[in-house]
Design a protein around this ligand. Structure first.
Ligand SMILES: [Zn+2]
Length: 230
């Protein structure tokens, strides 16, 4: 099993991680880059792997820096399922079309004010593209193990961040290894969603586990993260 960081390197937005073996590719999170213009420009770079070669996507939560690139991924050829918790699905039904609408507004504004280098600025994706992407969603309950692609077993556990937020536990059967993606974690004691379970999000449970750290830890260790981990 291989893990590649396709985003969120040098910054905390654009969350995208690719797990693969010889036959399958599973993408964990598919976020947009947000923040300063140099980061937002990265959204326009070709996706590092051909979207049509990815078999499935699994989401930690609905925030745009974790889900917002999905309409572009689908527009560029991704045909597989997008798995998430039920509340994440409900939030994405609102957030993704809204993100598409804003992309279209930005393109219209750039055209009107003539500050784009393109004669006719295009949106990264449209509201319609977002509705297309939503057709590929499938939602599951917390603690319900499923196999989004052959050989990769996934379980969601509460991350206590926003409604539907989950730590994504991916067990590769062939390698007998588990990778845990915390997504964003906490805060604790909110009334809107279940608290994160420390045992699920705080660290490795066995020597074979590798845990993607929380946003705060990521911020601290970002400069030392490798582009690719085997
Ligand atoms: Zn978040």
């Amino acid at each position: 099993m291989k893990l590649r960081f396709l985003g969120s390197t040098g910054t905390v937005t654009g969350s995208r991680y690719l797990l693969s073996d010889d036959n399958h590719r599973l993408l964990v999170d598919c976020g947009m880059y947000q923040g300063v213009k140099t980061l937002r420009r990265r959204n326009w770079a070709p996706f590092p792997v051909k979207p049509s070669t990815i078999n499935a996507v699994v989401l930690t939560h609905a925030h745009i820096d974790h889900s917002g690139y999905l309409p572009a991924l689908v527009k560029n050829g991704f045909k597989g399922k997008i798995y998430c918790t039920k509340a994440t699905h409900e939030l994405c039904k609102v957030l993704l079309p809204d993100a598409g609408f804003l992309q279209e507004e930005d393109a219209r504004y750039a055209f009107k004010k003539k500050f784009s280098k393109h004669e006719k600025p295009e949106p990264l994706f449209t509201e319609k593209d977002a509705y297309e992407a939503l057709k590929q969603f499938e939602s599951l309950h917390y603690h319900e193990a499923f196999e989004p692609v052959k050989g990769f077993e996934v379980t969601f556990t509460p991350a206590g961040h926003i409604l539907g937020s989950a730590c994504v536990h991916v067990h590769h059967k062939g390698a007998d290894r588990t990778v845990v993606f915390s997504g964003d974690v906490g805060r604790q004691e909110t009334s809107s969603c279940a608290n994160a379970s420390p045992k699920n999000s705080a660290g490795s449970q066995s020597p074979n586990d590798y845990t993607q750290s929380s946003r705060s830890c990521r911020t601290r260790t970002i400069n030392t993260l490798p582009e690719s981990v085997i």
